[in-house]
Design a protein around this ligand. Structure first.
Ligand code: AKB
Length: 314
């Protein structure tokens, strides 16, 4: 990877993947493509634009002699249900554009899938790598279709496209937007600001989650893995921890006072359609994946970093 383009560069994952790539490859090697939320303290190459836009992608690939694209643009599960047609258009057309450009310019591609690729007919615990994929959200439909599209471009055109099925990601830099797992970030903000939180999922809703540093490291480790080690060209299961809102509340209460009430909304049905835990043993065997953050460590880190971010001393 010499010249890298990151789409969706200022979203939840991009905000932390871009600095990690800049650290590894140098600021001049990373082009951050976004349309909103550009932090005032961002340093590096920024391009503005809204995907899908094949022409823009082509121009940027040529202008910066790009060899690798991290294509992070996506409408997420809850927001995706507001306008399913737009979700299909943004998620699928932009992926096709990236893959077509990868064929033309022989680019490597990273594209994130999600636990949303699974559905209510998938085994819910220790969900295997190869299993039933019948998602019931449009976001999930685009993840399942996208995984197959990636595999197709790999088989037919030899595109080196790699992917992981991210669980819910917990981070403090950029807030997530439009997901179902977002409660597990919002609860820290509200705990520190107000000491209380109204949760939109039931207290016993178990979902797979991961701390951002693990997610970024997994992404880079997969991209660094030797080609012949990879046995999955749809998307790798990736896991770290699983917990319920009640269990997370209990862990946060060890640090700060927090009262949580529960008012499940439309996101409950989405959460209920997803697995509770993931078997990621194929990733662990193929490219040595191992998570580092458990629930106590990620909670300690979130509270410490959010205290700094908002200058909270208590
Ligand atoms: C969401 O909740 O939609 C995302 C995801 C699990 O892909 N965080």
């Amino acid at each position: 990877m010499k010249n890298i383009l990151v789409t969706g560069a200022f979203g939840q994952i991009g905000s932390e993947l871009v600095p990690a790539l800049q650290n590894a490859y140098g600021e001049k090697s990373v082009v951050a493509l976004g349309n909103t939320h550009i932090p005032h303290d961002f340093t590096g190459i920024v391009e503005m634009g809204r995907l899908p836009d094949a022409q823009l992608l082509n121009t940027l690939v040529k202008k910066y002699k790009i060899d690798t694209i991290f294509h992070l643009v996506s409408l997420l599960s809850a927001k995706g249900e507001i306008d399913p047609a737009l979700t299909w258009h943004v998620n699928m057309q932009s992926l096709r554009d990236v893959l077509d450009i990868a064929v033309t310019h022989k680019l490597r591609v990273f594209w994130p899938s999600s636990i949303a690729a699974f559905g209510p007919t998938t085994p819910r615990t220790s969900t295997p790598q190869r299993t039933i994929l019948e998602p019931t959200t449009m976001y999930g439909v685009t993840k399942t279709a996208g995984e197959l599209l990636c595999q197709y471009y790999h088989l037919k055109y030899e595109v080196d496209v790699r992917s992981v099925r991210y669980p819910g990601i917990i981070s403090y830099k950029a807030e997530p937007g439009g997901g179902t797992t977002d409660y597990a970030v919002a609860i820290y903000y509200e705990a520190l600001k107000q000491g209380k939180y109204m949760c939109y999922l039931k207290s016993d809703t178990m979902l797979p989650m991961m701390y951002m540093d693990d997610a970024v490291r997994a992404t880079l480790e997969l991209m660094h893995a030797p080609d012949d080690a990879l046995t999955v060209r749809t998307s790798y299961n990736l896991a770290a921890v699983s917990f319920t809102p009640a269990q997370l509340t209990h862990e946060i209460q060890k640090h700060i006072p927090l009262t949580v009430s529960y008012a499940p909304d439309h996101r409950q049905a989405i959460a209920d359609s997803w697995p509770q835990s993931i078997d990621d043993s194929v990733a662990r065997v193929d490219w040595g994946w191992k998570h580092a953050y458990d629930v106590p460590l990620l909670t300690h880190t979130m509270i410490r970093e959010l205290r700094k971010k908002f200058s909270i001393t208590r």
